[in-house]
Design a protein around this ligand. Sequence first.
Ligand code: AMP
Length: 189
Amino acid sequence: MRLLLMGPPGAGKGTQAQVIAGRLGVPHISTGDIFRANVSQATPLGIEAKRYMDAGEYVPDDVTNAMVRDRLADPDCQAGFLLDGYPRTLDQVAYLDSILDDVGTQLDLVAELTVDLDEVVQRLVRRAVEQGRSDDTEEVIRRRLEVYFAQTAPLIESFMSRGILVQVDGMGAIEDVTSRLVAVIASLS
Ligand code: AMP
């Protein structure tokens, strides 16, 4: 099962992806988490990525694509994976397609979490207080949402035309959103 979870910053992708990946027994691949791990270890990748992350901008495609290519080559990804936060640009979609093409596979499902934007901003402000993320200031949150709508929202159209996109209501209790996602995934098999 090769899945992608999409949605604007604060939609709850990370939380849901962790639970769903655990239930399916596939790795949860979050590019944001991989970048943050590199930032905290001050690796060259982390030092480069931090500049963009702190400004609410996307890390350049070549850097992100190479990182995902390496991760998907790991043995635990052979039977499937749940991508969270990648691809985020049309170039990244083309790159992912080519990686999967090379091994004769493709994405099975893209689940888009739909949310109320005011609620999303409130969630992000709360997370800023709880987790102290350096990209959760109000100004950066606003920029991250702008970047999402300019660069990532167009992907939804593209996955829709492939017939693999399902929209899932991301509002309400975490468990309720999980149940909706589980139902959508179950209907695939
Ligand atoms: P996230 O935790 O998924 O919201 O990601 C945090 C930040 O990491 C983003 O705001 C970007 O700066 C960077 N990032 C994560 N995934 C990607 C991606 N697919 N392409 C470019 N930048 C990314």
